[in-house]
Design a protein around this ligand. Structure first.
Ligand SMILES: [Zn+2]
Length: 276
């Protein structure tokens, strides 16, 4: 959770790292009109990225990382970074427990710039602040879904073009990381567009956690508490979103009497179980 700014050239992924398209659609239907987006996901990679290890002493050796490259266009903002941090902290209260740039709280890091320690960003930089905020939301969402004990990250700014940023966060499962990254970008994009955080995201995040908790097993029988809280239509949309972005997949079962596909999350290291 210690972002530092480093104006650098984009880093080349190691050969073993897999590259996939940054193209995606919004999760939770929170962002309307892709053409109006200010934050573009240019790339998402999963790998080791040893070149950023020295940038955060809290990185755990051997834990893989997700690298998300963003371009953030300038534009008329609906509010400022302080309002975004306040809105997100109200929506995701666990953001209040993040430590950043040494041992600062998130609010100290964003609002008390002169006093924060161990951070290379001293001056105001709207793009860095937004990318940094995306990093923290990504960490928070991923931490919740995968019940991570710790998760650290770093945000780097490119020298050319100057509107590009690399976010690196520790990631134990690529699918979880990618889903959390999508949610984080959409949440911040919504704020930039003047929209409050949509509760749909919470339903989506909680459904992802239930699936993660029962890796390899169909999610449907475990959705009762969520349906009681959010209602069946919203939970159904969340499950559909998680399926469409590859987080959930159809379980391979010997017999399925339900007449519907049985969906499950399968961790990168896990094996799929046979449905009961
Ligand atoms: Zn930070």
């Amino acid at each position: 959770m210690t972002p530092r700014r480093k104006r650098n050239e984009p880093t080349e992924p190691a050969p073993a790292e897999r590259e996939r398209s940054g193209q995606r659609r919004s999760l939770a239907h929170g962002v309307e009109g892709e053409a109006r987006r200010r934050i573009e996901v240019r790339d998402l990679l999963f790998g080791d990225f040893p070149q950023v290890t020295p940038l955060n002493p809290d990185f755990v050796p051997g834990v893989k990382r997700l690298k998300m490259t963003l371009s953030i266009s300038e534009g008329s903002a609906n509010g400022g970074i302080s309002e975004y941090v306040e809105a997100l902290t109200g929506f995701l209260p666990s953001l209040s427990f993040h430590r950043c740039c040494g041992d600062n709280s998130l609010k100290e890091s964003f609002f008390e710039r002169d006093q924060r320690r161990h951070c290379s960003v001293k001056e105001m930089d709207g793009g860095v602040d937004l990318a940094h905020l995306v990093e923290h939301v990504l960490i928070d969402v991923q931490h919740y879904i995968a019940r991570m004990r710790t998760c650290s990250g770093v945000t780097c700014a490119w020298s050319t073009p100057r509107d590009c940023y690399d976010i690196f966060v520790e990631c134990v499962d690529e699918k979880v990381g990618r889903t959390a990254a999508g949610i984080a970008v959409d949440l911040v994009e919504d704020l930039l567009a003047g929209r409050r955080p949509n509760p749909r995201y919470l339903c989506l995040i909680q459904a992802a956690r239930v699936a993660c908790d029962h890796s390899g097993w169909p999610i449907e029988p475990r959705l009762g508490p969520l349906i009681a809280s959010w209602g069946r239509p919203l939970v159904g949309e969340a499950v559909a979103d998680l399926r469409s972005n590859g987080f959930l997949r159809e379980a391979r079962v010997s017999f399925n009497f339900s007449g519907r596909p049985l969906l499950c999350f399968v961790s990168d290291e896990g094996t799929e179980s046979i449905a009961p």
